[in-house]
Design a protein around this ligand. Structure first.
Ligand SMILES: Nc1ncnc2c1ncn2[C@@H]1O[C@H](COP(=O)(O)OP(=O)(O)OP(=O)(O)O)[C@@H](O)[C@H]1O
Length: 621
């Protein structure tokens, strides 16, 4: 068969219902689209006026008015923008997916300083009107001198009607939607107002809402636009005050508290991006899920939290990002593969890292104050994005048990004489308070790592800093506690070990006899870091057979300086005191275990029993 080439034809009657139904997943979007078109129309005429190609009075007040007419069942959008001639209506409106915006941009791109303030791209937005209307009417008058007003009407099929318009005498366009019976909610003022607020709060042209049914009294009230035409992110960072940043934060996110600090993004090249990212103050770490980053395209709201554009961990922040270069009307899966999108996302990460770096270097005191609020965010970011970790690693702080804030290098340097490449950490200050006390007695330092993601974070740090080990404060620190120059009495040590081994059996795996600084403590429990991590891992897989037992490996450190230990050592060979000896040895272990962690229910039963026996003994002496 001979090769045949051709072009695929599309039947408009079939494609139209598809556009009507599937163009946008959310019906409300038509309001955004029609207001954006009005905004484009105003921007175009402004541009022409500035180029001397349109005659517009200097004091022209540009605006878009949305009107609800319940009596007529219509919702209309009026702008005093560029308007359209009959020819333009035929070209831009009758041809679905032919964008006049693109056409305008291509025609004027050489003469425009900024190219980015036209919103439309696809030539589809107008058709979203049919998602809610049985009939759509356009009345429009072009800015061109001598132009005739034109009316275009379509009832949603492929048929349209063009005639002279008798409703429009001033430049601009009026789009009237005769709403479908099942779209009557768009005649509700509150509803329309909240949709405009959601999508158009920051559009660059003033938007007014009028309700034709409104009573006469309220008509005298001063009418204010619904939007802020110059949102803070469009200003140059040097022109914004701290007060303005805080005010904007409260207004946009509906909150009363103040942000910790913020980053004003302002990029012109190689892509356009403006925005403000705020670090919120956290009341607790679970609040993080409430972050919100609003994405705008030329001041038109697109969506919250688009993770294809903004790295997921940054969505924990609050902020606004305006990016006119993104093809935001297309599907999100497309965004994932877009090169610009990944550049933008990398840029945002870099800016956040730069800000943190500058705070850490130049405003260390402030940075330290913020640290407790931002640490979860930063750690989460490091776990999610290696690039972020690499940029930020030297600015990660560790709060110590002495209330200092150190970097990892600072800590390692500070402790290198006592324990090289070993970081001791506290995961629960209350539960590990005995050990913190012990550390302080020995002039040792430990960092506090108590957030829910610290376990993962520690593993990551160990992987990234080969040779550095993190050990919980109750892990095996016998080496660290050993004091140089203290003579060991080997014979005595053996005796104590033997005594405990025979009296307490397998309650612990290992024994160590040391002379602790604090004579009041008879014994402490240490748990090997490795075994504890394995046991914790096992508990995460509760119920699953991992084919092995993972028990914590405990060492009992017995303090040979303690008077009780000395006393029981002297009772060791006295057969008549054997019972007492066993009771006291076990009690010593109980107390050591108790200060390490809660006793199991059986252990607790025995502990109570032994305590009662001891009290009995004291009373009967
Ligand atoms: N209010 C208006 N005033 C003047 N021209 C308009 C108006 N509304 C629409 N147009 C013209 O019709 C064209 C098609 O509009 P439509 O909303 O379908 O697409 P778009 O705005 O170009 O792109 P998008 O699909 O991204 O919104 C516009 O590009 C513009 O030339």
């Amino acid at each position: 068969m001979a090769i045949e080439k051709g072009s695929i034809s599309i039947h408009t009657e079939n494609i139209f219902p598809i556009i009507k139904k599937w163009l946008y997943s959310d019906k409300d979007i038509f309001i955004r689209e029609l207001i954006s078109n009005g905004c484009d129309a105003v921007n175009k005429v402004k541009r022409l006026a500035s180029l001397g190609e349109a005659k517009i009075p200097n004091d022209e007040k540009y605006k878009i008015t949305v009107s609800i007419d319940k009596g007529q069942g219509t919702l209309s959008f009026r702008d005093n923008g560029i308007g359209m001639t009959e020819e333009e209506v035929k070209k831009y409106i009758n041809q679905v997916a032919f964008s006049g915006a693109e056409d305008f941009f291509n025609k004027y791109k050489d003469k425009m300083e900024e190219s980015s303030d036209i919103i439309g791209h696809f030539g589809l937005g107008f058709y979203s009107a049919f998602m809610v209307s049985k009939k759509v009417q356009i009345d429009t008058l072009s800015h061109i001198e001598g132009a005739e007003p034109v009316r275009w009407i379509s009832e949603g099929g492929t048929e349209y009607e063009i005639s002279n318009s008798d409703t429009i005498t001033q430049r601009g366009t009026l789009i009237t939607l005769f709403l479908d019976d099942d779209s009557q909610e768009f005649l509700d003022e509150y509803n329309v107002r909240s949709i405009i607020n959601k999508y158009c709060s920051f559009l660059p042209v003033e938007i007014y809402l009028e309700n034709k049914e409104e009573n006469e009294d309220s008509k005298d009230d001063e009418v204010l636009p619904l939007n802020d035409t110059k949102p803070l992110w469009t200003k140059a960072p040097k022109d914004c005050t701290d007060e303005e940043y805080k005010e904007f934060y409260k207004k946009v996110f509906n909150v009363f508290d103040e942000p910790l600090f913020w980053i004003h993004l302002n990029v012109d090249y190689p892509f356009n991006l403006k925005g403000i990212l705020y670090f919120p103050k956290l009341k607790n770490e679970f609040e993080l899920v409430e972050g919100k980053v609003k994405l705008y395209n030329n001041q038109v709201f697109v969506a919250d939290n688009i993770k294809e554009v903004i790295p997921e961990f940054l969505l924990l922040l609050k902020g606004v990002i305006d990016c006119p270069d993104l093809p935001l009307n297309v599907s999100r899966s497309f965004l994932q593969n877009d090169k610009d999108v990944s550049k933008i996302s990398k840029h945002i990460v870099k800016k956040v890292a730069d800000k943190l770096k500058s705070l850490c270097k130049n405003e260390r005191e402030e940075y330290t104050k913020f640290w407790d609020d931002i640490e979860v965010f930063i750690k989460y970011g490091c776990l999610k994005d290696e690039g972020f970790y690499d940029k930020i690693k030297d600015f990660i702080l560790f709060k110590t048990i002495n209330d200092e804030y150190l970097t990892l290098d600072d800590y390692l340097e500070k402790c290198k004489d006592k324990h090289e490449n070993k970081v001791f950490y506290v995961s629960d200050e209350k539960q590990q308070s005995q050990y913190i006390k012990l550390f302080k007695e020995y002039n040792l330092d430990a960092v506090i790592l108590k957030t829910s993601i610290d376990n993962h974070f520690i593993s990551m740090l160990e992987y990234k800093n080969q040779g550095v080990n993190f050990n919980r404060i109750d892990s095996d620190l016998s080496d660290v506690l050993k004091e140089d120059g203290v003579e060991e009495n080997k014979e005595e040590i053996e005796k104590i070990e033997e005594l405990f081994k025979s009296e307490i059996g397998e309650r612990v795996e290992k024994y160590s006899v040391q002379s602790l600084k604090n004579e009041q403590t008879p014994a402490i429990i240490l748990v090997s870091e490795h075994s504890r991590r394995m046991a914790e891992m096992k508990s995460q897989f509760a119920g699953m057979d991992l084919g092995m037992e993972f028990n914590e490996e405990k060492t009992l450190v017995i303090n040979d300086k303690n008077p009780i230990i000395q006393k029981i050592l002297s009772m060791k060979d006295d057969e008549s005191k054997k019972d007492k000896l066993s009771l006291i040895c076990n009690q010593v272990v109980d107390l050591a275990l108790l200060s390490n962690k809660e006793l199991s229910s059986e252990e607790l039963d025995l502990f109570i029993k032994r305590s009662n026996e001891l009290m009995n003994m004291i009373i009967s002496v």
